[in-house]
Design a protein. Structure first.
Length: 144
């Protein structure tokens, strides 16, 4: 990928994938966008340990993504993981049953918060609502 950091992006909403991928690419990341479990599983296999971060939508085609989280942790245990979701954080945490090494980012979110979440060194810390507020501490506006 030309030396750029590789980010796996899994979201079943085309608009979210497109906007997030463009923003990440504008900040120097190489992005592997995936719309479903099969393409995400394939991307994890092909990554060969080269992932800088993974961004997963919690609900992919109406089903929680806990299976992808488990696979990611089996194949890339130290890669920072960001979980995107419109569902409440406590519901996502229940679904992850014991996984704590992730950052939760509530939809809608600011790209700056997402960039901050993936730029951390090592594994992200669970329960962190990165991107849920703007630089001034206010919640995101509907236009974001």
């Amino acid at each position: 990928m030309g030396g750029r950091d590789l980010v796996l992006l899994v979201d079943d909403e085309a608009l979210v994938r497109r906007v997030v991928a463009r923003a990440l690419e504008a900040h120097g990341y190489a992005v592997v966008p995936c719309a479903d479990r099969a393409s995400a599983a394939d991307a994890l296999t092909r990554a060969n340990g080269n992932l800088r971060a993974a961004i997963l939508d919690w609900s992919i085609q109406g089903t929680p993504a806990d299976d992808l989280v488990r696979r990611l942790r089996e194949t890339h245990p130290s890669v920072p993981l960001v979980i995107l979701s419109g569902y409440p954080e406590d519901l996502v945490a229940q679904g992850l049953r014991g996984f704590t090494d992730y950052t939760f980012v509530a939809k809608p979110f600011h790209i700056g918060g997402l960039l901050q979440a993936i730029s951390r060194n090592g594994s992200a810390e669970g329960g962190t609502p990165a991107g849920t507020s703007s630089e001034d501490g206010q919640p995101p506006s509907p236009a974001d």
